[in-house]
Design a protein around this ligand. Structure first.
Ligand SMILES: NCCCC(=O)O
Length: 815
């Protein structure tokens, strides 16, 4: 009979590195009554066969921050626990074989450096000096991270487990969780089995660290954790006598990584088309299992690797390894509390970088569970980004066969997934496609990003330079600025909040005043207690007791979750009505002229002012027109019952010929919104960003009474801001900004670009980003500095502004 309590504060399911790290960090934060249950033996799923690379260079700042934490933790873990982890700070090197890849690694290096990661750029001959066995054919550059390392993954997990046990956590093997029990939308504990024995542990929290079992385990409780295992291949050579100690080497363009360990080379592959595994479930007795080798599948990578490191041709292969690892639809892992079930936490789906990620992820989750909020913005890995449909196994199988290879593929800006597409489509999809739309995907939605001209291939050609759609974007952008453009934003999340207490609920959750007349639209944020932004939305009062909330499609699950969790026993219901209406923004100074051609209603400023919504006739149908704009121009967002969308679209397009209507895509919408300095949730504004630092004080009404975040606003009003969101325009019209580029103030790195695009009306790349300031420092003082943005090592001078560079007085929306 396993030695298990009948109650615990938290039960962690899964004894891989993820579960051990969560247990370690919760114990470190003083949690008692921690129980970790492992179905077989610790590390016996995926951890034991991981390659053990601890690389800090991740594709975003916050994942880099977490990976840096892992590297620092593993450095000290052996001394703390007395258990050897095999961690060696051998450094790592990534080489580029093309100028495009060079741009990518130098951009990443600049970003990582801004976060305190030591990183050096290398010329080809410096690459050769650092790795003398390397064939330098085609190598154009490299980056070296001396503090990267490698470790024995199993031992790191065991050391974390020991550290957790030393602080009182109970870690028990050979106990399987058969059910996570629930009541009233909350976790109540777990039922367990061990051989013939079974029992129950009552618990406030459960953490799903189930790795490749994570999806199925979650699905049993209706929780969405979309991940799927893929086969991951590597070989280990026999001992190579002349081999010296080497840094980890990544040659992403040849899909390969090389790790020197004890005189042998481990060569691993991230091939472009991977082999999903475990489609019909995973064998009950799976424990330290390997999968059958597939030499034909590995051979193309091996051939290139032999060319790159010719000594491999002579080295015998000691081990040909194939083992399953979990992959997710967007190559990002899942952390946080599941929106479906209170007390159900997730740390899973590590996409083959679980050793590098788990240390930091365990720390972040433990702090999240302790404080009820993540330690910093973790939206990119937040489990609430998962869409319910992504549980579908066929979707996952097809998608992960692509995402494994994407780990080492070029991470070009605007790169789109090729697999598992077309799942969520607007009713106008075929209309847009027939007119040249090139689609991108967000949250499963297909969205027209740009429109190809007649005869132009309707496809992306990826680059770090000017894209093949740059001129299309410019034409669409200028149509929105000078004429009239029609967009399709059906992917917006639409939420109805209604009932006797709907107003009271929204007054508590929103920073702006919701007590407005029916037909008014209010731009607002939902804040957390720190004044950070949980949601960025418009709220339209439909009647005394009904409100329509419009949110980005990508944040719908998060926003629904935030609303529902704060309902308490209020007499209000929250309903996702996203599928009921298509959204057609008609924007530009000629929008009123076009509306007059398709509708008998009055669209004058007097009759239809900015910030109002009303039902209108359009063609032979009805729509609700909202006078708002995310591009900063006169216009209306038309909310049309889904089944009337095609009719309204056809009516607008037909009449539009008279006023030069142009179909516009999301790329033009984004370039317009960044010129106008409209913030984008998840980039410019997150739960870490105080609403006043974000420059959104104009949408805050502290005088209306209490609401979540009010105290934090009053406090900052008293103490002053410690940073401010600024807008930048590069003075070189050729340079391009995407995201993550370091910002320099008077020659010193002070922040990074939170979002970037090209300002076609302003004539240069535009970026937003936070700049620290001292309390009391005036805007004029901030603007007296000189600013530059580091783009892959080149310093590009930038004009900085606190007010929007385009239409600073917001006159155009009120034309
Ligand atoms: N599991 C392999 C890790 C690969 C990498 O860190 O690049």
């Amino acid at each position: 009979m396993p030695d298990l309590p009948s109650a615990a504060r938290v039960v962690i399911i899964g004894g891989g590195i993820s579960g051990c790290s969560v247990a370690y960090h919760l114990a470190e934060l003083g949690w008692t009554d921690i129980v970790l249950l492992e179905r077989k033996q610790l590390t016996s799923g995926t951890t034991w066969h991981a390659a053990g690379l601890v690389g800090q260079l991740q594709s975003t700042q916050n994942r880099t921050r977490l990976a840096k934490y892992s590297a620092d933790l593993y450095m000290r873990l052996e001394a703390e626990t007395g258990l050897a982890t095999g961690f060696r700070q051998c450094g790592s090197m990534t080489v580029a074989l093309s100028t495009e890849r060079r741009e990518e690694i130098l951009r990443l290096a600049g970003m990582a450096r801004a976060f305190g990661v030591e990183v050096h750029e290398l010329t080809p001959s410096e690459v050769g000096a650092m790795h003398p066995h390397l064939n330098l054919d085609g190598v154009v550059a490299g980056v070296h991270l001396p503090k990267d390392g490698q470790a024995d993954p199993g031992n790191v997990a065991l050391a974390l487990a020991k550290g957790a046990r030393m602080r009182g956590a109970r870690i028990v093997e050979n106990v399987k969780v058969s059910t996570v029990t629930t009541a009233g939308g909350r976790v109540t504990g777990v039922d367990w089995q061990s051989g013939e024995e079974s029992g129950h542990i009552a618990a406030e929290h459960v953490v799903n660290c189930g790795g490749m079992w994570g999806r199925d385990l979650a699905a049993r409780n209706g929780v969405t954790v979309p991940l799927h295992a893929c086969e991951h291949f590597y070989i280990v050579t026999e001992t190579i006598p002349e081999l010296q100690r080497l840094p980890v080497l990544r040659v992403p363009e040849e899909c390969a990584y090389f790790k020197e360990d004890a005189g042998k080379i481990l060569l691993g592959a991230f091939e472009p088309v991977a082999k999903p595994w475990g489609m019909d479930g995973i064998r009950e007795d799976f424990c330290f299992d390997q999968l059958p080798e597939d030499f034909d599948h590995f051979e193309p990578i091996l051939e290139k690797a032999i060319h790159r490191m010719p000594m491999l041709a002579e080295a015998g292969i000691h081990t040909f390894f194939n083992g399953p690892e979990s992959f997710t639809p967007d190559d990002r892992y899942y952390l946080g509390e599941a929106p479906e079930l209170r007390g159900y936490w997730v740390a899973a789906g590590y996409n083959s970088i679980g050793i590098a990620s788990s240390g930091g992820a365990g720390m972040a989750l433990a702090r999240w569970m302790t404080d009820g909020a993540p330690p910093f913005d973790l939206w990119e890995v937040d489990v609430r980004r998962a869409q319910p449909f992504q549980k579908n196994r066929r979707y996952l199988r097809e998608r992960v066969s692509e995402t494994l290879g994407l780990l080492y593929a070029d991470h070009f800006p605007y790169r789109q997934m090729a697999s598992s597409r077309g799942i969520r489509r607007s009713p106008l999809h075929e209309h847009l496609k027939a007119r040249g739309a090139v689609f991108g995907e967000v949250a499963g939605w297909e969205r027209a990003n740009w429109f190809a001209d007649a005869g132009q291939p309707a496809e992306y050609r990826y680059t770090w330079g000017r894209a093949n759609w740059f001129d299309n974007q410019r034409a669409e952008h200028m149509a929105l600025r000078e004429g009239v453009g029609l967009l399709d934003m059906t992917s917006f999340g639409k939420i109805r909040v209604e009932g006797r207490d709907a107003l009271a609920v929204l007054q508590t959750l929103c920073a702006n005043d919701m007590d407005v007349a029916a037909g008014r639209i209010v731009y607002t944020q939902m804040l957390n207690a720190r004044g950070g932004i949980e949601s960025d939305l418009t709220v339209t009062r439909l009647s005394e007791t009904a409100f329509l909330l419009v949110v980005p499609g990508a944040t719908l699950q998060r926003d629904l979750n935030w609303l529902r969790r704060h309902l308490g026993d209020a007499a209000a219901v929250v309903t996702d009505v996203s599928s009921g209406e298509a959204v057609l923004p008609l924007m530009g100074p000629k929008a009123r002229d076009l509306m007059a051609l398709v509708s008998p209603d009055d669209f004058s400023n007097g009759a239809f002012p900015f910030g109002t919504a009303r039902e209108i006739e359009i063609g032979m149908g009805l729509a609700r027109a909202h006078r708002v704009s995310y591009v900063g121009e006169l216009g209306w967002e038309l909310y049309v019952p889904t089944e009337q969308a095609a009719h309204v679209f056809e009516t607008l397009v037909e009449a539009g010929t008279e006023v030069g209507l142009r179909l516009c895509g999301l790329h033009a919408m984004d370039s317009c919104r960044i010129e106008r300095a409209f913030r984008h949730f998840g980039h410019d504004i997150t739960d870490e960003d105080h609403v006043l630092e974000a420059g959104l004080g104009f949408a805050v009404r502290t005088g209306k009474g209490d609401f979540i975040g009010r105290d934090a606003i009053l406090k900052v009003r008293e103490t002053g801001l410690s940073r401010r969101l600024m807008q930048f325009r590069l003075t070189d019209p050729e340079a391009l900004l995407y995201h993550g580029e370091p910002i320099l103030r008077d020659g010193k790195v002070v922040g990074h670009v939170t979002s970037g695009n090209y300002g076609h009306a302003l004539g240069g790349a535009i970026g937003l980003g936070y700049v620290p300031c001292s309390p009391g420092e005036t805007g004029a003082e901030m603007l007296a500095s000189t600013y530059a943005i580091d783009i892959a090592g080149r310093l590009c001078p930038a004009d900085a502004s606190l007010a929007p560079l385009y239409d600073p007085r917001s006159e155009r929306v009120k034309l």
